[in-house]
Write a protein of this length. Structure first.
Length: 285
C-alpha cells in the first residue's frame, strides 16, 4: 500500500515544502552518483555526515543530528521520502505558515533522531534520511485531517489497483507497521530506522497539538467531521477526442458531495449524467 496523492488541496503556496524537496534532491545528487561506485568512499562520507548514535551520545560530531536529515541511502529512499513530503507537507505548511512549518519539520527530525538513539545508544551504524522529519509531518496531518481522503496504490502480484481510504486508516497502518517492525528487528543490525519513524510520528502529533487545541480540539473535528475544512479535490478520468489514452484531471467539489473514486470505471463519460451523490462517510474521531 503506497500513497500517491491526497484530496486535500492547500490554500497557501507551499514554498518551504518545495524548497525542502529541492534541497534534499540537490544534496543527494552532490554525493551519491559520484560515490555510489565505491562502497569505501560512500561509507567514509556517511561516517562524516551521518548520525552515529554511539558518537552522538558522547558529544562527538553532534552536527550530524541535522546533516543526516538531508542525506539518503539510495534513489528509492529519496524518491519515497520526497513523495510523502509532497503529499502531506503542503497542508501542514498551510496550517503553520512557512516559518512555523520549517521549525516543525526540523523539530520532528530531531525527535526522530532521539528516538533512534534511545533505541540503541551504542550503535555504530550510520543513520541517514528525512524519514523521521516526514513522519512528524504525517503525525501532524493525522491530527488535523483524520478523514481526509488518500489515494493509495496497492500491488498484489499482477493486480494493480488504486483505492481511496481515509487518512486515519492509511497513517494508522503505517505507524503500526513501524512499531511491529521496530519491536521485531535487531536494532544493532542496521536496516530501516523504524524507531526514528515512530519517534518522529509521535513528535509530530505532540507538536501539532497546540494548533489543534487553538482551533477547538474535538470541537474542530466535530465542525469539520475530521475532513479538510475547505473544498476537496476529485480525480476523474476523461478520454480526449481522437485518443484512447485516458487522462486524469482534478476538479474541486464541495465536501457535501465528496465520495471515493476508487473504481474509476464508474466515472461517467462525456454525455452521461451522474447519478445522485451522497456524502462521503467513514472514519473515526
Amino acid at each position: 500500500m503506497f500513497p500517491i496523492r491526497d484530496h486535500n488541496p492547500s490554500d497557501r503556496t507551499p514554498f518551504v515544502t518545495w524548497a525542502l524537496i529541492v534541497l534534499n534532491t540537490v544534496v543527494f545528487l552532490s554525493y551519491f552518483p559520484s560515490l555510489s561506485g565505491s562502497e569505501r568512499l560512500l561509507l567514509a562520507f556517511y561516517d562524516q555526515w551521518a548520525l552515529v548514535p554511539a558518537e552522538t551520545v558522547k558529544g562527538i560530531d553532534t552536527y550530524t543530528i541535522l546533516t543526516s536529515m538531508f542525506l539518503h541511502g539510495g534513489w528509492m529512499h529519496l524518491i519515497g521520502n520526497m513523495l510523502f513530503l509532497f503529499i502531506f507537507g503542503d497542508n501542514l505548511e498551510d496550517r503553520l505558515g512557512h516559518l512555523g512549518f520549517l521549525l516543525f519539520y526540523l523539530a520532528s527530525g530531531l525527535a526522530a533522531a532521539a528516538g533512534q538513539i534511545l533505541a540503541d545508544p551504542v550503535s555504530s551504524v550510520p543513520m541517514v534520511g528525512a524519514s523521521g522529519a516526514i513522519a512528524g509531518v504525517m503525525g501532524g496531518y493525522l491530527l488535523m485531517f483524520p478523514r481526509a481522503r488518500i489515494d493509495v496504490l496497492v500491488i498484489i502480484v499482477f493486480l494493480i489497483r488504486i483505492f481511496t481510504i481515509p487518512a486515519w486508516l492509511m497513517l494508522g497502518i503505517w505507524f503500526g507497521l513501524q512499531l511491529v517492525n521496530g519491536l521485531s528487528m535487531d536494532v544493532a543490525g542496521g536496516g530501516v530506522a523504524y524507531w526514528a519513524h515512530a519517534g518522529g510520528f509521535v513528535a509530530g502529533l505532540v507538536l501539532m497539538l497546540p494548533v489543534f487545541l487553538r482551533r477547538g480540539g474535538p470541537a474542530y473535528w466535530a465542525s469539520t467531521h475530521g475532513k479538510p475544512p475547505h473544498e476537496e479535490v476529485e480525480y476523474v478520468v476523461s478520454r480526449p477526442r481522437r485518443s484512447s489514452i485516458p487522462r486524469v484531471r482534478r476538479v474541486r467539489s464541495t465536501r457535501t458531495a465528496d465520495r471515493p473514486l476508487a473504481d474509476l470505471s464508474r466515472v461517467p463519460r462525456t454525455g452521461q449524467r451522474r447519478g445522485p451523490r451522497t456524502p462521503w462517510t467513514g472514519g473515526r474521531d
